[in-house]
Design a protein around this ligand. Structure first.
Ligand code: CLR
Length: 426
């Protein structure tokens, strides 16, 4: 009689499937941009924004020199910088400890917002973006599924986890600040490696991002508000509070919180600064009680000393547009990759490419041309009474959380594989 595949076999075949998407990424991540510094004209943000009070981002037309050479699709891919935390989470046998690392992952994306007071390119409807990291074992995909309001639907996968969600935001310029409220829920499926452990589903929502200091001429990005990371499989939650920068310098970048077990008892304290380091500490009383200390796979932080959960990556100064080294890798299109990406891929947008090499005038005219074409396509659809249908995602309801989300149909990577291996064209 044939044995059913073991958990390990399943992970191996999952990995083999994901690795098909690594074709084209053999050159490794890009280390620098073609340009050494951006010589954008320094314009006052307030001078240009003061006539736009009360407007949301979609109604604000800004000169292209207020852009950075990324798209909103790539800004979502920035969530992938610290996936190591998820790969650590799956190795932890204690579910509250896994939750700690997942929470640190949820908080880790904010470090790269510092110094980025610039507008990412607004993706065209149906624009896509793929990003794979053979060295980290994951691949990421996102499609712009709606233009008004702008929504990107994303799905990332590794043998240890799947991560998906949408980028819809409410935004408004209040004069004093420009606030961006993410609306969608983010989902994470974790496959713990401990024997007998079942798959887990986690969800959370992102906090508010805000550009402050506009009037005083010192614009800065702040991120603030509560975030609840929930493990639906165990009922455990992590509550984080991102402190608004406020008047006191001491509250800048601060995040504090706790991990609660299914009975609402505090098990871990977590905190630090989202621009630097996040620590956790076992809550007194939990040192010896419920926690099984046997074996290397078991809880390893079993005293009440604080330990480091996450640390920001080094950020050399002087990268154009204040990008981080991770962001520099996103828009690279080496010759090895060019033949395989879909024709709708962000990397092929001429306006964003021109921006990246400092050709701002060309970027501006190309941006207008592409947006004009997009309006024409919309009018054609309207004339025929048609509606845009996303190619790679559709809407469904999550049975566990009862929320609507965008389901990935998994066809993108299958077709890409046929393009790469079997001479099929997109
Ligand atoms: C936050 C996380 C969401 C996706 C998302 C959408 C809009 C992004 C926002 C994120 C971060 C902040 C952001 C914003 C669009 C504009 C804003 C990049 C990534 C910048 C800081 C505003 C610049 C100010 C202009 C007026 C120059 O899942």
């Amino acid at each position: 009689e044939e044995l059913p595949p073991s958990a390990e076999d399943l992970l191996d075949s999952k990995y083999a499937e994901i690795a098909k998407g690594f074709r084209g990424y053999e050159d490794g991540p890009r280390k620098k941009l073609a340009m050494d510094e951006d010589n954008r004209p320094k314009l006052s943000l307030w001078a240009i924004l003061k006539s736009m009070i009360g407007k949301d981002m979609t109604k604000m037309t800004l000169p292209v020199t207020f852009n950075e050479p990324t798209s909103l699709l790539q800004r979502v891919a920035e969530d992938m910088e610290y996936t190591d935390l998820l790969d650590t989470a799956v190795t932890r046998a204690d579910s509250t400890e896994r939750l700690l690392y997942v929470a640190a992952f949820a908080a880790s994306e904010y470090a790269s917002t510092i110094g980025r007071v610039a507008k990412p390119f607004n993706p065209l409807l149906g624009e896509t973006y793929e990003y794979a990291r053979p060295d980290k074992g994951y691949r990421f995909f996102i499609e712009q599924v709606s233009h008004h309001p702008p929504i990107g639907a994303a799905y990332a996968e590794s043998k240890n986890w799947d991560y998906w969600g949408e980028s819809a935001v409410n935004s408004r310029f209040y004069g004093k600040s420009f606030d961006i409220n993410p609306l969608g829920t983010w989902f994470l499926r974790l496959r713990p490696t401990a024997t007998g452990a079942q798959e887990e589903l986690y969800t959370w929502k992102k906090v508010t991002s805000s550009v402050i200091g506009i009037i005083t001429g010192n614009p800065t990005v702040d991120n603030y508000g509560p975030m609840e990371i929930k493990n639906w499989t165990t009922g455990e939650v992590c509550q984080l509070d991102f402190k608004a920068r406020g008047w006191k310098a001491s509250s800048a970048y601060q995040v504090i919180g706790k991990v609660l077990d299914a009975n609402g008892r505090v098990r871990w304290s977590i905190g630090g600064r989202w621009n630097d380091k996040i620590y956790a500490r076992l809550t007194p009383g939990f040192e010896d009680a419920d926690i099984d200390k046997g074996g290397s796979n078991h809880i390893r932080h079993d005293d009440n000393k604080a330990f480091l959960v996450w640390q920001v990556h080094q950020r050399p100064t002087g990268i154009p547009f204040n990008l981080t080294p991770f962001v520099v890798t996103l828009n690279a299109i080496p010759d090895s990759l060019r033949p395989y990406v879909a024709p709708t891929d962000t990397r092929l947008r001429p306006d964003q490419r021109a921006m990246e090499v400092g050709e701002y005038d060309f970027a501006a005219t190309e941006k207008l041309r592409l947006e004009d074409q997009q309006r024409k396509r919309r009018r054609q659809r309207e004339a025929k009474g048609e509606e845009f249908v996303p190619r790679w995602f559709s809407k469904a309801k999550c049975e566990i959380t009862s929320e609507e989300y965008w389901v990935f149909n998994h066809e993108y990577w299958k077709i890409r594989h046929d393009v790469a291996e079997n001479g099929v064209s997109w």
